[in-house]
Design a protein around this ligand. Structure first.
Ligand code: NAD
Length: 497
């Protein structure tokens, strides 16, 4: 009965979106800024849990979908189709009560003094108005971060990144382009080797997961459909530090590096890329004796995954707030995620500087915390309004009995108010770190199992799959991802460009 009821309700809400009403001038305007790739972990969990009847909510995002980024590396090889990890923003807001407006636009500037967000329509089709402002009473900045390039020449021009759906599509096309060009009639041997050399820069989780997925693609599909490439297709992971996955335990780092060895992925640690051209990278390699040497490494595909940098809209906001002057990596926030130096701006996700790593898990919990905070704030306002009314009623009470009745009610409301105000500061509960490393293996550092549990291998891979599936934004996403996995198992990945 439970399952049938849930299914019936899901179908009902799909076909019957909750009716939207016009903004209420008595309510505060809460503006939520979502990042460019539409990742928005903080924003999506905030929106899902926020009681939207309490505010006039405005969501601003340049893409009209949320993107489940943990599975983006799988989209680069066609293991998962990109639409399976996209959740339309409208799917979420149409199920919310009250006023939730969505504008497909990029937030180009936050005017802190005047409480305005400047927005710009960056889509191909533009109407008469494509630049305007949105006023706010409360603002949540969840605009994420951009790809760090450290000003290294040639990176922006020649690399593929891995943040957006478009990036994954570009990589997928580029892999097949390299393969088909390598097979062009009379191609020279050196050129074949270069074109089939897939270089990944950055040994963090993004680089490691992508390298693993790419090698899987080669082993499970490319090698079978296009055997001519089997001697020259090669994946290299380049990392400046002495090891990959620095946030994992030593045991899991060793496990990852030995798995990569088995998979025939070359790991080049202590190799810092200094320059990128259209067909090679120049890197400074630290030798075992400590000496340094510059090496040129030719590539066909270059994927750049060296972490996050501050977006210009965030930097501009930081420059407007004196309390942010000493912050370098993003918006410094207090324990309630309020941007330091402000009272009505909160920051979540990769653009906020907290004591925690900028992961999806942290952003997700931050969003949920803000929803709780805003719901409580609204409830507090309601109780305070009611208390004012009760005090007025007490003053004009006709007799002792009436006065006592109102007094009891005031006491009850005050108790309620104390309980409501007891919301503690944000505390992150770390569920563990997971990363896929190829060959149906994953690594997991899980803190909630027997203290601290580190695991790698096939069982961990199954755990990784089920954890990611359960983390998907919606049942629809979960079904699509599961179907993609089954489809690929049966038919293999699509090798068309
Ligand atoms: P990262 O910051 O974790 O790793 C980037 C790596 O690039 C670093 O190890 C750095 O030493 C290296 N690097 C930087 N410049 C270099 C250069 N010039 N040459 C060679 N190497 C260079 O980046 P990421 O993997 O994109 O992750 C970003 C954030 O997202 C992290 O906090 C990460 O934990 C999180 N994340 C987590 C997961 C997961 O848990 N599965 C997946 C993706 C991202």
């Amino acid at each position: 009965v439970g399952l049938t009821g849930w299914l019936a309700y899901s179908i009902y809400t799909l076909g019957h979106p909750v009716e939207q009403v016009e903004p209420d001038p008595d309510k505060k305007t809460l503006v939520i800024l979502v990042p460019l790739p539409g990742t928005g972990w903080g924003a999506i969990s905030l929106l899902k849990k926020l009681d939207t009847e309490n505010y006039n909510v405005v969501v601003i995002s340049p893409r009209n979908f949320f993107l489940f980024t943990p599975l983006l590396p799988s989209c680069t090889t066609g293991l998962i189709e990109h639409r399976s990890v996209m959740e339309p923003i409208r799917n979420i807001i149409r199920q919310k009560k009250g006023v939730v407006k969505y504008y497909e636009a990029e937030a180009t500037k936050v005017d802190f003094e005047n409480r305005l967000v400047h927005i710009s329509d960056d889509s191909e089709i533009k109407g008469e108005v494509s630049n305007t402002v949105v006023p706010f009473d409360m603002l949540v900045v969840g605009v994420g971060a951009e790809n760090a390039t450290f000003g290294i020449p040639g990176v922006k021009e020649h690399s593929c990144f891995l943040k957006e759906v478009g990036d994954a599509q570009q990589i997928r096309k580029r892999i097949m382009d390299c393969v088909e060009t390598a097979l062009f009639k009379d191609q020279t041997e050196d050129e074949v080797k270069r074109l089939l050399h897939m270089v990944v820069v950055g040994g963090g989780p993004t680089g490691v997961e992508f390298a693993g997925e790419l090698q899987d693609f080669f082993e499970e599909d490319l090698k079978k459909w296009i055997p001519e490439i089997k001697d020259n297709f090669h994946v290299t992971l380049v990392e400046a530090l002495p090891n990959v996955l620095p946030m994992f335990s030593k045991q899991l780092i060793d496990y990852t590096e030995s798995t990569f060895k088995e998979e025939k992925i070359t790991v080049r640690t202590k190799t810092m890329v200094k320059k990128v051209t259209d067909n090679s990278i120049e890197a400074e390699v630290t030798k075992p004796d400590g000496s340094k040497e510059i090496e040129t490494i030719p590539y066909g595909l270059l994927v750049w995954a060296t972490g996050n940098a501050v977006r210009s809209v965030v930097r501009d906001l930081m420059n407007q707030i004196p309390a942010q002057k000493s912050s370098r990596r993003g918006l410094a926030v207090n324990e309630y995620l309020v941007v330091n130096g402000t009272e009505n701006i909160w920051a979540v996700g990769d653009c906020a500087i907290t004591n925690y790593a900028p992961t999806a898990q942290v952003a997700n919990q931050e969003g949920a915390f803000l929803a709780r905070l805003f719901n409580t704030m609204a409830k507090t306002d309601d109780i305070e309004r009611e208390l004012k009314k009760l005090s007025a009623a007490q003053a004009v009470a006709k007799n002792e009995e009436e006065r006592n009745k109102v007094f009891d009610e005031i006491k009850e409301r005050q108790k309620q108010l104390r309980r409501t105000k007891q919301i503690g500061p944000f505390q992150y509960s770390h569920q563990g770190s997971l990363a896929y490393i190829g060959k149906e293996r994953a690594v997991a550092d899980i803190s909630w199992v027997s203290g601290n549990f580190a695991s790698g291998g096939t069982m961990t891979y199954l755990f990784w799959r089920s954890a990611y599936l359960s983390m998907c934004f919606s049942t629809r996403n979960r079904c699509l991802v599961a179907f993609d996995w089954i489809k690929t198992k049966i038919f293999g990945r699509d090798v068309s460009r």
